[in-house]
Design a protein. Structure first.
Length: 319
């Protein structure tokens, strides 16, 4: 019994020693891992036993080092390690800077070639579509009392690449036979610009994101059938946009969904403009005044009513 106890005691002591040795190895391994991971280098001592590794002074030293790193780079070990990885990457770039610079040059050249190819492709598509647009605008302008009109889209190359490519387009027009095309902004009058805009908007109406369009003086220099064509084209635009038109022509006014009368009057030596919405009968009365002038007869009223009826019929056909 005594021998058994003695043997057992020695065996337990051996296990304790083995456990202590294992614990020491684990502590040393953890210490080494911490030093390697966090970058604690340049220390003159090498851990040799558990007592040395776990001494209060050494623990305080490394705890202080970790806190210093946290204060400088972040409030967690993960952030510190992320910063370490970033600086190592930066170091590798600087260590192989010439190679890194050459790689950047190769990537830049490849990007420039790609940018050039894409810009030229976009330019080709744009010029092709511009020819189709110019042909459609020319036809539409001829219907808006522009006789022998020539409409083109000219392209100049931008000095640098832009977000829209390398093209700088400009609308060119000639409204009289024998005249060369000139920039639209320099040769068109206010009334012409309104009708040219109307032609463009008629063609682009389905894809235009502008909600409200205002046309003023769009009836300048036109009458009769041309005025009717202008009215019908504004009705087409009105399917996708709100159209506000100031007009003196009954053909254009008759096509509107709603009418507002603008009047000027003098009150207390001051000129005041007023506007109010017209009822259907008031609209007929104003159309009669636009047709007949000062004297409005029953026949003129019937003509106005017929014009309104025909306009509504055209609108129904275009809907």
């Amino acid at each position: 019994m005594s021998n058994l106890c003695l043997t057992s005691s020695v065996h337990n002591h051996s296990n304790l020693c083995d456990g202590q040795s294992s614990l020491q190895e684990m502590a040393v391994a953890a210490w080494k891992q911490g030093v390697t991971t966090l970058g604690f280098t340049g220390h003159s001592h090498t851990p040799c036993d558990l007592e040395y590794c776990m001494s209060p002074s050494r623990t305080a030293r490394y705890k202080g080092e970790i806190n210093r790193l946290k204060a400088k780079y972040g409030d967690s070990i993960d952030v510190i390690l992320s910063e370490k990885a970033e600086k190592e990457q930066r170091y590798e770039k600087l260590k192989n800077y010439e190679e890194y610079l050459e790689d950047l040059k190769r990537r830049l050249e490849a990007s420039e070639r790609s940018l050039k190819e894409i810009s030229q492709e976009v330019s080709g598509i744009r010029k092709n579509m511009a020819e189709r647009l110019a042909a459609q605008v020319t036809v539409t302008l001829s219907e808006l009392n522009f006789l022998d009109v020539v409409f083109q889209v000219a392209f100049a190359r931008t000095a640098e690449y832009t977000i829209n490519g390398i093209d700088e387009p400009e609308f060119m027009i000639s409204t009289n036979p024998g005249e060369p095309v000139k920039p639209l902004s320099k040769v068109a009058s206010g009334g012409e610009l309104s009708r040219i805009m109307l032609a463009l908007k008629t063609i682009l109406a389905e894809n235009d994101m502008i909600e409200t369009m205002i046309f003023d003086e769009i009836d300048a220099g036109i009458s009769g059938r041309t005025a009717q064509m202008v009215a019908e084209k504004m009705n087409v635009i009105g399917k996708n946009h709100q159209v506000i038109c100031i007009t003196h022509l009954p053909q254009i006014a008759a096509m509107a969904d709603h009418h507002f009368l603008i009047e000027k009057s003098v009150v207390n030596n001051a000129t005041i403009s007023t506007i109010h919405k017209l009822s259907e009968e008031e609209s007929i009365a104003e159309l009669s005044r636009m047709i007949g002038g000062v004297k409005v007869t029953d026949m003129v009223r019937e003509s106005a009513r017929e014009m309104r009826t025909l306009a509504l019929s055209v609108k129904k056909c275009q809907s």
